[in-house]
Design a protein around this ligand. Structure first.
Ligand SMILES: Nc1ncnc2c1ncn2[C@@H]1O[C@H](COP(=O)(O)OP(=O)(O)OP(=O)(O)O)[C@@H](O)[C@H]1O
Ligand SMILES: [Mg+2]
Length: 260
């Protein structure tokens, strides 16, 4: 997919820098993301993966001069109102799900629509019937029909993360950002989540940019991998291009050491 020019570019990052005080965390990051792609970002703890993802929707403010084009709008130049509207087109999936535990699975999915509702509808959770229907069909697609009226506190980690995916999908996102979506899950649940994300990128053409700790998972599911170390891109390429030497550049350790 590296050179896929038939697909539309959704994200273009250029000269992205982020500094916290005197700590220069991200250095001149640049890469693109195209429709239909699943791209993983790998790197050791503290490399800057979460900061990078958060800069994309400005949960963290990038340094002056950074450029983040999302569908040709520079995210860094948007007003507050324009940013809110851009964020509605970006689905976010988190390691710890960020669900409301006392609400049901379907209510949590519907929460993904609240940003586009009037304050009155939002406050009273007056969901439109078409959104309720859509939430049902998304939960069905995610294999959660039988759990839709369960409170999230009654779901397993893997089920919660599927609800998290549902909440992102109901926004009709143009891109999905995932920060360690499987870090809290067992291998079988991780597989289910990665397969759903892969399917979403391929069948719905929604690109997914995913921070991952597990090299093997990144290699299995990604079209492309971006490796970062100390805030710098030190590898970019297809999974089969990731050599032992590249792994050492990214992690400062061999794969067997990482796995140990
Ligand atoms: N809000 C903040 N204020 C100051 N420094 C921060 C802040 N957030 C992150 N950092 C620093 O930025 C660097 C990158 O952190 P980040 O969380 O992006 O790494 P990461 O690659 O996501 O790590 P992990 O794999 O552990 O999640 C770290 O040195 C961290 O201490
Ligand atoms: Mg992180």
């Amino acid at each position: 997919m590296t050179e896929n020019i038939s697909n539309k570019r959704v994200l273009k990052i250029e000269d992205l820098n982020k500094t916290y005080g005197s700590n220069h965390v991200l250095h001149d990051i640049d890469f693109d993301l195209y429709e239909g792609e699943l791209v993983s970002i790998i790197g050791p703890s503290g490399a800057g993966k979460s900061t990078l993802l958060r800069c994309i929707n400005r949960l963290v403010e990038p340094d002056e001069g950074s450029k983040i084009y999302f569908l040709d709008k520079d995210i860094t130049k948007l007003s507050k109102k324009e940013l809110m509207s851009a964020r509605r087109e970006i689905g976010m999936i988190f390691q710890h799900y960020n669900l409301v535990n006392r609400l049901t699975a379907i209510e949590n999915v519907l929460h993904g629509k609240l940003g586009s509702y009037s304050p009155f509808r939002g406050i009273f959770s007056l969901y439109y019937q078409e959104d309720i229907d859509k939430a049902q069909s998304i939960l069905e697609e995610l294999g959660l029909s039988e759990r839709k009226y369960y409170r999230c506190s009654e779901l397993s980690g893997g089920q919660k993360q599927r609800v998290g995916i549902g909440r992102a999908l109901i926004q009709n996102p143009k891109m999905i950002l995932c920060d360690e979506p499987i870090a809290s899950l067992d291998p079988q649940s991780s597989k289910v989540i990665m397969e759903h994300l892969r399917k979403i990128s391929k069948e719905s053409n929604i690109p997914c940019l995913i921070n991952l700790h597990q090299v093997e998972v990144a290699k299995t599911y990604s079209d492309r991998i971006i490796g970062i170390n100390s805030g710098k891109v030190v590898f970019r390429g297809r999974p089969e291009e990731l050599s032992d030497e590249d792994i050492f550049k990214i992690y400062g350790a061999s794969l067997s050491e990482i796995l140990a």
